[in-house]
Ligand binder design. Structure first.
Ligand code: ADP
Ligand code: MG
Length: 462
């Protein structure tokens, strides 16, 4: 027992290291497929191995956010296969130029510098994410207006819970609220991930009293990405107490999540019900009009910041907006690439330039939806979509249906129940069965493997 406690906070020694990163990489590649692996996971490095957690290096914040929001659960699951005692993964941003030096250091076990603040900045509000530069549209109208109202009337909507997919502006709104309120209130702004980091650190240092005081003294408590508490029992417990004590003293609580409270998985019911007890507002995917407005706003910002004129034809703006389908973070990334290209080549860009520039961007970050999978699979097998979704069980319909479910699970972030619903309201157990069947067949049957790869490449190219 004592030995375990002592080991909690130390690196594992050379003999105790269980991870072979190259084996992990092979497994990541196999499980996520080449596309995702090459685009995202290959650049992940092992920075440090502890007995119960790992620190992984990624090149940018964007990478980290992308990996955490889409692949972390699965990576965790996979890594547990290599290291049973693992219960946490942290990320450290290591920019490319430093990466090789860092890798060298890692080999030299004793010289690894202590890693400070490896996760997110906390309580450091970003001045650039404010209400002035948050562009309003149909998809975020309600979330924006209640975010403003919270600033006018503290505690009227308590908690305010903002949900929506990756890159749609949740953190931006939370930040804007924090900035607005910070002059007159004790604002605490933290991600759930960071909250956990402090929690664990305090347990290890036997310093829970300070932890509790620290968080419970805020009058505005803003917590980002609460879905992170999923499956973490003791963290949920602590969060629940913090939440209750803040509510009791009338503090305003603002929460963001990638899904609504009821859809949080592996979260205690009493927490879900607490989270739904105030006001829940949604941010949806932006329509074309909002995307165009955002592009124009960004261009204005860049022009005033860099004192330069950016000339982008309306047609080109339209093209970027309509091609970028996933989220606003991606949209801004794409716009930045186009602008950078224009700068370097000192020319006004045409749509065909844009197509060239963006070809690789889109193929990397193209989002594959359940609808698209259903269409491509039914086309591939030459059956009507309605038949593929129907209740008929004949093999020529059932197999493609299962393949589509399997791909939906593998290539989208949808949960099993969500996928079931998209397939004419089937139960999630049917989806599990389909995923298992096709996983097995694609390992045993070369024909099946080939078909699935072809379908995947159609999905990626389209
Ligand atoms: P989330 O937290 O939902 O994943 P973020 O708040 O990080 O998303 O938003 C991603 C990027 O898109 C940020 O750069 C943010 O400033 C920008 N963004 C999102 N929505 C808007 C908007 N309505 N107007 C301007 N910028 C936006
Ligand atoms: Mg966010």
């Amino acid at each position: 027992m004592e030995k375990n406690i002592r080991k909690q906070n130390v690196y594992v020694s050379e003999e105790e290291k269980t991870l072979s990163w190259s084996e992990v990489q092979i497994s990541l590649k196999k499980n996520f497929g080449n596309e995702i692996y090459n685009s995202w996971l290959e650049k992940m490095t092992l920075v440090k191995e502890y007995n119960d957690y790992l620190i992984l290096g990624v090149p940018t914040r964007f990478f980290r956010d992308w990996i955490v929001s889409r692949y972390l659960d699965k990576i965790m699951e996979l890594l547990k296969g290599f290291k049973l005692s693992l219960n946490r993964i942290e990320f450290k941003i290591i920019d490319d130029s430093k990466q090789s030096q860092e890798a060298l250091k890692i080999n030299d076990f004793n010289s690894v510098a202590e890693i400070k603040d490896s996760v997110l900045n906390y309580n450091r509000l970003n001045q650039n994410l404010n209400f002035n530069n948050f562009v309003q549209g149909k998809s975020n109208d309600i979330a924006l207006s209640y975010s403003r109202k919270v600033c006018e009337h503290i505690s009227r909507y308590n908690p305010l819970y903002i949900c929506g997919g990756v890159g749609l502006g949740k953190t931006h709104l939370l930040n804007a609220i924090g900035l607005e309120l910070q002059n007159d209130n004790n604002v605490m702004f933290i991600s759930a991930e960071r909250f956990m980091y402090h929690f664990i650190k305090s347990i290890k240092k036997n310093d829970m009293v300070n932890f509790k005081d620290f968080f419970r003294k805020s009058s505005v408590f803003i917590i980002d990405d609460i879905q992170f508490i999923s499956g973490k029992e003791s963290l949920q417990e602590e969060f629940f107490h913090t939440f209750n004590s803040l509510m009791d003293k009338g503090s305003q609580i603002i929460i963001s999540s990638d899904r609504s409270p009821i859809k949080l998985e592996r979260v205690q019911d009493r927490i879900k019900s607490r989270l739904s007890g105030g006001l829940v507002v949604d941010i949806e995917t932006p329509d074309l009009e909002l995307k165009i407005k955002i592009i124009k706003k960004k261009i204005e910002e860049i022009e005033s910041q860099f004192k330069e004129k950016i000339i982008l034809d309306d047609e080109v703006i339209n093209f970027i907006a309509s091609e970028s389908k996933t989220n606003i973070r991606e949209l801004i990334g794409v716009l930045n690439r186009v602008i950078a290209f224009g700068r370097v080549n000192n020319k006004e860009l045409t749509i065909s330039d844009c197509k060239k520039i963006l070809k690789d961007v889109f193929s990397q970050i193209k989002v594959i939806t359940v609808d698209k999978i259903q269409n491509v699979v039914s086309n591939y097998y030459n059956i009507a979509l309605s038949e593929m979704l129907s209740q008929r069980r004949s093999r020529p319909l059932a197999r493609p249906r299962q393949i589509a479910m399997y791909l939906a699970k593998k290539l989208t972030t949808r949960s099993l129940p969500e996928i079931g619903r998209r397939f004419a309201n089937r139960d999630h157990t049917t989806v599990i069965h389909a995923v298992k069947t096709i996983s097995r067949l694609s390992e045993q049957d070369d024909e099946m493997k080939k078909n699935i790869n072809q379908i995947k490449s159609i999905l990626i190219e389209q």
